[in-house]
Design a binder for this molecule. Sequence first.
Ligand code: GLN
Length: 484
Amino acid sequence: MYKQTIASLSDGLHQGTFSSVELTRQCLERINRYNAQLNCFITVTEELALADAREADRRLQSGEAAPMTGIPIAHKDIFCTDGVKTSCASRMLDNFIAPYDATVVASFKNAGAVMLGKTNMDEFAMGSSNETSFYGAVGNPWDSTKVPGGSSGGSAAAVAARLALGATGTDTGGSIRQPAALCGLTGLKPTYGRVSRYGMIAFASSLDQGGPLTYTAEDAALMLNVMAGFDEKDSTSIDQAVPDYCAGLNQCIDGLKIGVPKEFFGEGLDSVVGDRVEQAIQQFEKMGATIVEVSLPNSMLSVPAYYVVAPAECSSNLSRFDGVRYGYRCEEPVDLMDLYKRSRGEGFGAEVKRRIMIGTYALSAGYYDAYYLKAQKLRQLISDDFRRAFAGVDVIIGPTTPTTAFPVGDKLDDPIQMYLSDIYTIAANLAGLPAISIPCGFSDGLPVGMQIIGAYFKEEQLLNIAHQYQQETDWHKQMPEGFS
Ligand code: GLN
């Protein structure tokens, strides 16, 4: 069963071919068998999962079921889950039991999905390799000596190894698309404001967006149907009708105009990755699309702009972790200052501290104009580049990442190299645009991902294009050895 997609398992559940309890047990057995090796789950909620599954079976039998009813999924440990530990992979929240559900979590509960547990991630979603977690690194199912990508690396590894049928992730600068690319999955970052951020622990609030990691675009559409929508509890949520993303999946792409940005194929791009993406573009041409060269001249400055904006926002967001209200508190503080200093000093890891320091510096009175304001101007220029490009094309296609999965430990001591692994993904976050990564080949046995960026609220179109490509290719059907 675990080799099937959510779409086909949903049919099986509705037809009564098997039950949600059977399906959930199979996932739990696989988690028991493989989690020690992959370290992709921080918390496994076995009893809750079986209770969810029993309730799903009741709904399926009584005819009250929705497409996601009875489907076992996992949530990135950044989403608050009522009564269940929500750690953000930080020592700071190692003892935190969330008192409420994030809207995304509640939506999946209402749809009758089964929660298997909470997945590992980079601490507070800061990273591209899943090596900054307080709970240790996550293995890439395709090659355990390689990283799965980050920060939603636990979600990606869990789905790629078929321990969960789909998982939620969050993407501030690439954290859904980059691990999807490195683990051979479909990963969608929706338009900023499309998915509620309520109860999704904030990293950089103007960039963070939740989305699904799945095997196929069709499965991503099924999950997005549950996740998308207006939420009055999130002040940046957008009140716009949600289409049925599954209903839009069979549109012919004849006449589609695809923009290929020359800046995405320059220095720094691994040649095999570049070749695979070019072959995918040719495939789209065969399917009737027209290819147009476009230019995003400021996109190569997205990494420096992001590494001012994101740390600035994180330094403010993470000031709430002070050892007073919740989370980690140091032993026997001598006074209030000592409590703050040691609780934060001991509770946060090195990368989080680095970001807080950069952000505090960039926002300080003397440097605000030089760094923060400049980065905001750059952000506007990057958005303008996309606006100009989308005047002439429907979507933009390029690589998701410059290389395939890199070796564990390779970039840990070199933050700039680590930051550059998001060079192609960050611009979409700065502009707030939707983007999807789908598998488009292999290099030395490791998956290669291609990214499709759309105009605002064009998730339906992105999913359709990805689905059309997946009808013609079988890269997304490949499974890592050792997990079958
Ligand atoms: N890798 C980027 C960072 O470290 C993006 C992380 C993310 O999207 N959450 O900030």
